[in-house]
Write a protein that binds this ligand. Structure first.
Ligand code: CDP
Ligand code: CDP
Length: 223
């Protein structure tokens, strides 16, 4: 039988994780699991319910009431929360600027970890996030850590916004990304960190194609 491995892709915001993860998952007919979308979906629900996002118990209670589904689609992925399609709304600025607070709570991370491992139990997965190589899939056969300078990452998000016709302020984006990186890197539980056995790729000067090619070479070595 054809061997299927698990691939963990971590890194800071806009390093290119989801873009390359989707391409690789499609190429190998693997399942793509965007763990950031799960934290975003919870943040969206918690904002909707108007609770204090710093209140761990309240946020964990919201999580216990929601089913988050990630379904493959032509554009990559559809995110459902209790069967509502939240794919677009979870990318709003309000969610983006609050998600790192929600993701800090140990009880939330604990539950997310269980759900994410369950989704990955079949193998043949590409999972992206912040703590996949370090916590969620510590035994993944391939671990990748993507980096890029904050300027380059803000530029990518800025161009993405402009393409979608959204108002976008480059300096503001840079501050927001740096702030999120800081919160994600400095939290106590499962911070953003490269796993010791992860392969680091600096994508600052690389095209999406270059990054995909590098990762696929590492996959081929392991298959
Ligand atoms: O796409 P982008 O890199 O902007 O963010 P994302 O991958 O959608 O993740 C949104 C946020 O969820 C991150 O900034 C983290 O606060 C949190 N997150 C996390 O804590 N652990 C993960 N495995 C994935 C995301
Ligand atoms: O998932 P993550 O937040 O790490 O990043 P992404 O959403 O996959 O990528 C952010 C943007 O950067 C997308 O618009 C990609 O097309 C772009 N990108 C790029 O220009 N060059 C790369 N090497 C990787 C991504």
């Amino acid at each position: 039988m054809e061997q299927k491995i698990s691939i963990a892709i971590d890194g800071p915001a806009a390093a290119g994780k989801s873009t390359v993860a989707k391409i690789i998952a499609e190429h190998y007919s693997y399942i793509y699991i965007d763990t950031g979308a799960m934290y975003r979906a919870l943040t969206y629900k918690a904002l909707q319910e108007n609770i204090d996002l710093k209140d761990e118990e309240k946020v964990a209670d919201v999580l216990s009431t929601i089913i988050i589904e990630l379904q493959p689609s032509e554009d990559g992925q559809i995110v459902l929360v209790n069967e509502d399609n939240v794919t677009e709304i979870i990318r709003s600025n309000e969610v983006t600027n609050n998600v790192s607070i929600v993701a800090m709570h140990p009880k939330v991370r604990d539950e997310m970890l269980k759900r994410q491992r369950l989704l990955a139990k079949t193998g043949g997965v590409v999972m992206d996030g912040r703590d996949i190589g370090t916590h969620v899939l510590p035994n993944a056969e391939l671990k990748i850590f993507l980096r890029a300078t904050v300027e380059e990452r803000a530029k990518r998000r800025h161009e993405e916004n402009q393409k979608k016709g959204y108002i976008s302020d480059f300096e503001q984006l840079k501050l927001e990304i740096a702030n999120r990186d800081k919160l994600d890197s400095e939290r106590e539980v499962a911070p953003l960190r490269k796993a010791e056995d992860a392969i680091e790729i600096d994508t600052t000067a690389l095209s999406i194609h270059d990054v995909v090619k590098k990762i696929e070479d590492y996959i081929e070595e392991r298959l």
